[in-house]
Each structure stands twice: as C-alpha cells, then as structure tokens.
Ligand binder design. Structure first.
Ligand SMILES: Cc1cc2nc3c(=O)[nH]c(=O)nc-3n(C[C@H](O)[C@H](O)[C@H](O)COP(=O)(O)O)c2cc1C
Length: 213
C-alpha cells in the first residue's frame, strides 16, 4: 500500500508517520475487526487535551451498517467515488459548548481549543490505524449540517470530519479518476516558509539551530 510513502524527505521520520498517506482506493470486501476499531478509538481516547477536557466525540459508521447510507447521501462530488468502499467511517465532532440539559457539565475551554484537541485525537487515531496496517483517509467534503441533523448529533457538538478506514484496494479495479488520485505527487511546503526562529519572520532551518541563543 505504500507506493507513495515514504516520500524522500520523510525517510528520517519514525513509523508510523513515515508510512502514513491518504489512499483513495479501498477494498469494498474488507471489514474491520472489533480489535482494530477498538484500538483506533483507544488511541484517540489517550490523546492529550487542554485541561484534559477531552472535548471530542466519534460516530462509527460501518459500511452497510446503520447511518452509513446517510453519510453517502451527503458526500461532496469528489468524495463519492472512494468513501463508500471504505470499511468504516469514523465521524469526528468537537464539543463546543456545555450540554444544555446537564447542569453539571462544565463546558469546554473554547471552540478553537476543542477543535485543536479533536484534531489531535484524530491524528492519534490515524497513526494508530496506520500502525495496524490499515488505509486511512480523513475528509471534510460532506454536508456536515445535514449529516449531524440526520444522525442526531446534538447542537453542542460540531461535526467536522470523517475518517475513512479500511484496507487499501487494488487501483486497477478502481475507476480511472480514483486510481489517478493516488498517483498525485505528495507535496509539502518547505519548513522555512512556516517555521520562524527567535522572532516571527526570521526563517528557521535546521542550520539556524543554536544561532539564536
Ligand atoms: C481536515 C481534513 C479534511 C480533508 N478533506 C478531504 C476531502 O474532503 N477529500 C479528500 O479526498 N481528501 C481530504 N483530505 C485529505 C488531504 O487532502 C490529504 O491529507 C492531503 O492531500 C495530504 O496527503 P497525504 O495525507 O497523503 O499526506 C482531508 C484531510 C484533512 C486533515
């Protein structure tokens, strides 16, 4: 499954970061085991969070299971060709306010902080899935409001993404567009364009290490 990973500059990374990439061809016959699903959720559960509030929730939609059809009806055009084949989609939601029906609920730090923490939990889930040899591809292209309403997500949670999980499929059995998505070169901005050294605007590079002391 790793024809696109590791990328040359990723060779020094530890596993499973080195092998992670976002495949678009999933094996539509594959099913996740209870242990696999349990392990990826456990990884999310142990993610760090601000004040240990753990302001996240996940909704597991197994292919052919309850709720899955609802998601498929609301996928963006670009995601319709590949999301349905994944063995399961884990929808990820950030808790953005206190439960209005629970007087003991202390609420959250703030919406931005909750989204930060959810992203971190999703990253943990993604890396655990990669370590298990699963294909995993996050996606935001779906009508979140419609899915949240149809599946009963309460209004103090904000549905943000789906995480498709499964086994990498055979690109030769996929349609041309979907197969081609996997051939796209994986690019990243150079670190110098987004890492600053000592003060904002002073480009960082590994060579600046020690020079700002
Ligand atoms: C929050 C989020 C939303 C994304 N939405 C989509 C999406 O709707 N459709 C899609 O094909 N990929 C989506 N992706 C996957 C990214 O396009 C992908 O991670 C990026 O191109 C880098 O490729 P890589 O994961 O193989 O390194 C999303 C990723 C994240 C983190």
């Amino acid at each position: 499954m790793s024809s696109h990973a590791p990328m040359p500059a990723a060779e020094r990374l530890a596993e499973p970061m080195r092998s992670r990439w976002s495949p678009s061809v999933f094996d539509a016959r594959h099913r996740l085991t209870a242990d696999q699903l349990g392990d990826v959720i456990e990884a999310a559960r142990w993610a760090p969070s601000w004040g240990n509030i753990q302001p996240w929730a996940f909704l597991v939609l197994e292919r052919d299971g309850a709720g899955h059809d609802v998601l498929l009806d609301h996928l963006s055009r670009g995601n319709r060709s590949w999301v349905p084949q994944a063995s399961a989609v884990v929808l990820a939601a950030a808790k953005v306010a206190a439960d209005p029906d629970d007087a003991t609920d202390k609420g959250v730090k703030g919406e931005a902080e909750s989204c930060y923490d959810l992203g971190q939990a999703a990253a943990h889930l993604t890396l655990q899935a990669t370590a298990l040899g699963l294909a995993v591809h996050q996606f935001g292209g779906f009508d979140k409001d419609a899915v949240a309403t149809a599946l009963g997500v309460p209004s103090h949670y904000r549905l943000l993404t789906g995480i498709a999980l499964g086994r990498h499929g055979d690109p030769d059995r996929a349609d041309d567009d979907t197969a081609a998505r996997e051939q796209r070169e994986r690019r990243r901005r150079p670190a110098e364009t987004f890492v600053h050294a000592g003060a904002w605007g002073r480009a960082w590079s590994p060579a600046t290490t020690g020079s700002t002391r």
